[in-house]
Design a protein around this ligand. Structure first.
Ligand SMILES: C[S@@+](CC[C@H](N)C(=O)[O-])C[C@H]1O[C@@H](n2cnc3c(N)ncnc32)[C@H](O)[C@@H]1O
Length: 278
């Protein structure tokens, strides 16, 4: 197995200006992460100790091989991917709130992963695993069509400069790929604090014919008819955005189970006051 400590990480700020645009081979979604002009994130001693204890059981490097979640988790349960989990704020809280879900956090940033690993150990979570590497590889090469109950993307790198828009994760190809990987009734949940990216996401997501937009009200965060919560805590990046007054835009799309109207008719029921994550 590759020593995870030997692999470079993406920058913590997620604004990956060092990414190499020279990638070849067409269908990739994000720029190849291994080509980032990146820095290693040093771990604290307790983080390293936790990593050494926990990683063999809960972590894997992304690889070109199918993901057998049932075997990895030791049980069959709905599988949800969180792409770009950062320090794990949402993944840890949502795994605790959804014990019936097998949650896989996908992240490239080692110190962020290390915090997630520590959280898993501290909280004794048995339903959260970590894939370390490029989310594009995970979606394209590891995840079978129709196999995911949910995909979560919270505060993806906005790539604000126009010439970098092609690097954005959430573009037409991604929506099509996610739609293909979702099982019927599965949902895609996206949040961003970047107004321009939010407009882009809304437009491109709504144009994907295999997905149906579900109503989202920040006061009411559960989609009826789905076993998945769309409730979540404020993430690390969202907290920074709130400090400078940038509001969050949030979207949910569903892959219809029997017809577009079934999913489109789903309503969001739980009120914020009932939210166990706050
Ligand atoms: C802006 S941060 C948001 C982190 C977290 N979701 C939050 O809200 O605090 C974006 C995250 O996506 C990760 N990321 C960027 N490119 C990625 C890729 N190709 N595959 C997986 N994660 C990636 C970055 O390392 C970073 O942690």
């Amino acid at each position: 197995m590759t020593d995870p400590r030997a692999v470079d990480a993406a920058p913590e700020n997620g604004l990956s200006d060092g990414a190499d645009e020279s990638r070849s081979g067409g269908s990739r979604l994000y720029p190849r992460v291994t080509s980032f002009r990146s820095r290693r994130g040093a771990l604290t001693e307790p983080q390293q100790a936790s990593w050494d204890r926990m990683w063999p059981g809960i972590g894997r490097e992304v690889a070109d091989e199918p993901l057998d979640a049932t075997s990895w988790f030791g049980r069959s349960a709905p599988v949800v991917l969180e792409i770009g989990s950062g320090t794990g704020t949402a993944a840890l809280a949502m795994a605790a709130a959804e014990p019936h879900v097998n949650l896989v956090a996908v992240e490239v940033y080692r110190p962020g992963i290390a915090q997630t690993v520590q959280g898993i150990e501290r909280e004794g979570l048995s339903n959260l695993r970590i894939l370390r590497g490029d989310a594009a590889d995970v979606l394209e090469n590891m995840v079978a069509p129709g196999s995911l109950a949910g995909v979560r993307v919270f505060f993806p790198d906005p790539w604000p400069k126009a010439r970098h828009h092609k690097r954005r994760l959430l573009k037409a190809d991604t929506f099509a790929l996610v739609a293909d990987r979702l099982e019927p009734g599965g949902i895609l949940h996206v949040a961003t604090d970047h107004a321009d990216y939010a407009e882009w996401i809304e437009e491109v997501g709504d144009a994907e014919p295999a997905l149906t937009r579900l109503p989202f009200d920040s006061e009411r965060r559960t989609v009826e008819g789905s076993s998945l919560s769309v409730d979540r805590p404020v993430t690390k990046f969202e907290g920074k955005a709130q400090q400078v007054g940038r509001p969050t835009s949030e979207f949910v799309w569903g892959r219809p189970s029997t017809g577009a109207t079934d999913v489109a008719a789903a309503t969001i029921t739980r009120r914020e006051s009932e939210n166990p994550l706050r």
